[in-house]
Design a protein. Structure first.
Length: 154
């Protein structure tokens, strides 16, 4: 089996890892290495451990493209959620409009018996006590206002 002697940077490119990772592996002894007289560290790699062609891009480039892809995915999710929120707001507006229309039609939908019973029953004020007041005046006129008109429209 053929072996090649490479410096730290060349070994990092050949293995596809960072130069710091090569240094640590050499220190731990998981990669065969030697130090020359000038203090340079040389790593011995078997030819089957390395690619025959050196990498054209540094090892960190893959990580950058992965980060960019994740960032783009997150941007897509944020855009989707913003669209969802806007759709929910529109649905809420439609529901509020329908509810307001129905509240306006409540007097039309009340049963005739309830109007007659209210007109002939004892007149009470808004506080629930008998005596003069708006409810008594309405009863004297022949029609009592619905409770929701008394509460919400004064």
């Amino acid at each position: 089996m053929a072996r090649r002697r490479l410096d730290i940077n060349a070994a990092a490119l050949a293995l596809g890892i960072s130069s710091d990772a090569v240094r640590k592996r050499a220190e731990r002894g998981t990669l065969d290495s030697e130090r020359d007289d000038q203090g340079h560290v040389w790593v011995w790699l078997d030819t089957d451990e390395t690619d025959d062609q050196p990498r054209s891009e540094p090892p960190g480039v893959d990580l950058l493209s992965e980060k960019e892809r994740r960032i783009e995915d997150l941007r897509d999710r944020v855009a989707y959620l913003e669209r969802q929120v806007e759709e929910e707001r529109d649905a809420r507006r439609r529901a509020d409009t329908l509810l307001a229309r129905m509240m306006d039609r409540v007097p039309e939908l009340e049963a005739p018996e309830s109007r007659e019973a209210g007109a002939h029953g004892p007149a009470e004020t808004e506080e629930g006590r008998g005596g003069p007041g708006p409810a008594r005046e309405d009863a004297e006129k022949g029609a009592q206002r619905p409770w929701w008109r008394r509460v919400f429209k004064g």
